[in-house]
Write a protein that binds this ligand. Sequence first.
Ligand SMILES: N[C@@H](CCC(=O)N[C@@H](CS)C(=O)NCC(=O)O)C(=O)O
Length: 253
Amino acid sequence: MDVRLYTIPGSHPGVAAQAMLAHKGIPFKRTDLFPVISKGVVRALGFPGKTVPAIKIDGDKVQGSRPIARELDRVQPEPALFPADPKRRTAVEEAERFGDEELQHPIRQIVWWAFKQNKAPLRSFSEGARLGIPIGIALRTAGPIVALSARFNEASDENVRTDLAKLGEMLQRVDDLIAAGTLDGEQLNAADFQIAPSLRLAMTFQDLRPLIDARPAGKLARRVVPNFAGDFPPVLPPAWLEPLRGVPAPQAS
Ligand SMILES: N[C@@H](CCC(=O)N[C@@H](CS)C(=O)NCC(=O)O)C(=O)O
């Protein structure tokens, strides 16, 4: 099988695709792209959409972490990413949908908002990346890419404050899915691979790491993705973290 994965360093769905390929033991080559520029590149490569992860398997093009999970099960059924039992499959698919549609984007917004405040941690996120130019040059020219990515992803103060206010609820949902046996079972499934990289990306923030590490969700994240490049020193305003720490929001007077 000839497999090439197109991704962006630090992309959580990109890490999901890599982890699923590794889980199945499918050898693959990886092309790392710059954010923003990636959109034109994947279109030029003939993919229908603009996002990564995108994958070519023996010439066939599949884009998006969820379609990729299904395609990997089709080309190599074992170990299966979806349970055979229909009821369990429905539960895994719903958890996977939650991971993709509800959890993934708020984390992306937090990341781009944070890079707008401080670009220095970009170096740690680029560890192991092969961008085709020296990393120092890439980092020195990152300003416009960060600004555009923050804009495209609507990483505004207001949205990121809301994202953080909702994060506690989402972590609870992951803990509940683990308790129900949908996630973190003996055999990892597509929902584990969808959700864990988002948690792992959130855990690159020193502000968030201890809060997630203390929960079953944190244990799952480290099990599925033992290493995730990136370390963000404190950047999130303490008042925005209060809902996550269980501090009640101040009453309006
Ligand atoms: N939900 C999609 C989202 C893919 C997505 O938005 N990927 C981001 C990277 S995490 C992307 O390609 N962004 C384009 C850019 O940053 O320019 C999936 O899981 O595949």
